[in-house]
Design a protein. Structure first.
Length: 97
């Protein structure tokens, strides 16, 4: 029973800490910031090759602004293709070994 109480406490504390996003001007982004209380989205905007990343309220998320709602989600491009490549190579090894 104590385990569930501790779990609820940790979930509540982590939710209260706020969203963490990258904030920078340019493509090589490493500056992490905790968003202000009203900033519930991480944003990324690319205008004529100039990339800007920051925090923003969800009401301001209109094209060409790309918004997301998880920690550091406005970072680099996801590695979905490499995951598919890993799964394909694993399938080939399984079939032929």
């Amino acid at each position: 029973m104590h385990f569930y109480g501790a779990l609820i406490l940790f979930v509540t504390v982590s939710a209260a800490c706020g969203l963490t996003c990258y904030q920078c001007l340019g493509k090589g982004c490493t500056n992490e910031v905790t968003c202000f209380p009203d900033g519930d989205r991480c944003t990324s905007i690319d205008v004529n090759g100039l990339v800007t990343k920051s925090c923003m309220n969800s009401g301001a998320c209109v094209p060409p602004i790309t918004c997301c709602s998880t920690d550091l989600c406005n970072g680099a491009t996801p590695a979905a293709s490499s995951i598919l490549l890993l799964m394909a190579s694993s399938a080939i090894v399984t079939l032929f070994l």
